[in-house]
Structures are given as C-alpha cells and as structure tokens.
Design a protein around this ligand. Structure first.
Ligand code: GLU
Length: 279
C-alpha cells in the first residue's frame, strides 16, 4: 500500500473496500506507558474486535472477504495512527455480550463496533471518543401499521442483542413488552422477516442499514428514544492509549468527515463529528 494522504480515495488494499479512504500510516509513534501499545509494537499487529453483520457500520461480505462500514474505517484509521498498516490488522468478530471480556482477557487490543459508552461498562473497559452519536430505534415489517413508536410495544415480541443497551432498556423500562434476544442483530432481523418477532430494536444507525438492504420488506419507525454515544473500547486503565486515540479523533476532523461521507453519509446525510470526552 502506498502512503497516501489521509482520506485519499481508492486504497490499493483489498481489505479496505473499493471507495473507502486510505489512511496515512504514522511512523515512529511515540506512546509511552501503554501496555496495549507495547504489545502491538512487539507483535507488529493489532487485533480489533468488530461486528460483521451490521451493514454500513461493521460488515463482512462473505463472498469477497471485504469488510466495510463506518466502524471498520474508524478501526483502520486508529490502527494507522498507531503505526499499523491495514494488512497488519486482525479483525475479530465479537458479539455485544462479549466485548468487555474480550478486552479484559487481551483477546483484542481495541473494539470498534457500535459500542455505547456507559458508566457500567466504564468499570470494566475504557473508551476513547465518542466518535458517533445515535439512539435506540425500531425496525418492523414494511406492512406493520400497529407499531409506530416505542409507545406501541405492549404485548409485542421485541428482539435485540444479548448484552446490549437497547435490550436492557426494553427489560428495564418496557415491562409489558416481550423481550427476545440473540447474540447478533442479523438473527433478530431474520426472525422479523419470518414474523417470529414483531420488532427489532437497537441503535437507529444499525437499523437503517438493515432497512436499506431490504426496503421492500423492512422499515424504521418512530424517533430515537435513547442517546447512544459510540466509543472505541480499550483495556481498562490504559490511559496513555485512550489519550492518544482521543487526540487522533480530535485532530482528525477532516478524516472523520471523509469516513462518514464514504459510509453512513453516502445517502447525503450530513452529521458533525461529536466532541471527544476527556474523562
Ligand atoms: N450501542 C448499543 C450497545 O453498545 C447497541 C449496539 C450494540 O449492541 O453493539 O449496546
């Protein structure tokens, strides 16, 4: 891969997807006091936990082996800022419920996959970011005219991923709904298509990806009813790494915009990069 400027189109790396930005791989990165970075440096590779069934965010095309989406590009960008080229990234699919343990066990160095920053999770992992803000929404069959918002969930089978904030929200705050959970959201979408569940709930950004893949059969209804701030998960206590990645995000507004425009923003939506939270 040639060292193009950040955001240059048409990466030569087959893993990066046809129109995704290429990122300038940093040289001589000075990052002291980060056990995670020390590990990355000595192995020459970075292991990044991702989703691979969330179109537009974290998606693996099984036929071509190409990963695509906003989160995948954020992951590529973070790796490049740490001096790791795209061909030295090992992506690992980790479902929502296993993210904290994967980071704590050292199975992954970073996690970039629709991972909401919460106080509960902050006891187990650290987060850089936020790098994106969305909110919980609802996906239903196109023909459904009874579920128009979160107020219509009484007696309805509502599917979400185990260990996710939207699932917990249904359990805690929608006592008359009937929660159903699977490890990954695509299984909920399959259940929705066969009519085994009435709705899928998770972040609206994720649901819009499923709806756009099958607009004849699926639709997103209502307005977002929570605030989900996406962070880059990293091992608890690695403050040097968190500070470094926050700086990459803060200094890289132009790169963030390129990534957004080439993924979630393809339909023309304009969104500003959120401000990093230096907690
Ligand atoms: N952002 C929410 C969460 O972190 C839902 C999406 C997901 O499960 O990855 O729980």
């Amino acid at each position: 891969m040639t060292a193009c400027g950040a955001g240059t189109e048409n990466s030569a790396d087959p893993g990066a997807g046809a129109s995704s930005p290429a990122f300038e791989v940093a040289k001589d990165v000075a990052l002291t006091g980060s056990p995670t970075f020390d590990k990355i440096k000595s192995s020459g590779t970075i292991r990044i936990g991702v989703k691979e069934d969330q179109p537009g965010l974290g998606f693996l095309d099984a036929a071509t082996g190409v990963r695509s989406g906003f989160d995948v590009e954020i992951a590529n960008w973070m790796a490049a800022s740490l001096g790791v080229p795209a061909n030295k990234i090992e992506f690992k699919p980790i479902p929502s419920a296993n993210r904290e343990s994967a980071l704590a066990n050292g199975d992954v160095d970073l996690y970039v996959g629709t991972y909401s920053i919460t106080d509960k999770r902050k006891k187990l992992v650290d987060f850089a970011g936020p790098y994106f803000i969305t909110g919980q929404g609802l996906l239903v069959q196109k023909s459904n005219d009874t579920i128009k918002s979160e107020k219509d969930l009484d007696g309805k089978k509502v599917c979400s991923a185990t260990g996710s904030t939207p699932f917990q929200n249904i359990v805690d705050n929608f006592p008359k709904a009937d929660p159903v959970s699977f490890d990954i959201y695509s299984k909920c979408v399959d259940q929705l298509k066969t009519g085994s569940v009435d709705a899928v709930t998770t972040d609206q950004a994720i649901l819009l990806g499923y709806a756009s893949q099958d607009p004849d059969n699926l639709k997103v209804v209502g307005e977002p009813f929570t605030v989900e701030k996406y962070g880059i998960g990293l091992p608890l206590g690695d403050t040097a790494l968190r500070t470094f990645l926050n700086k990459t995000l803060t200094d890289g507004n132009a790169t963030w915009t390129k990534i957004f425009d080439s993924t979630l923003g393809k339909s023309g939506t304009k969104v500003e990069q959120p401000k990093v939270d230096q907690y």
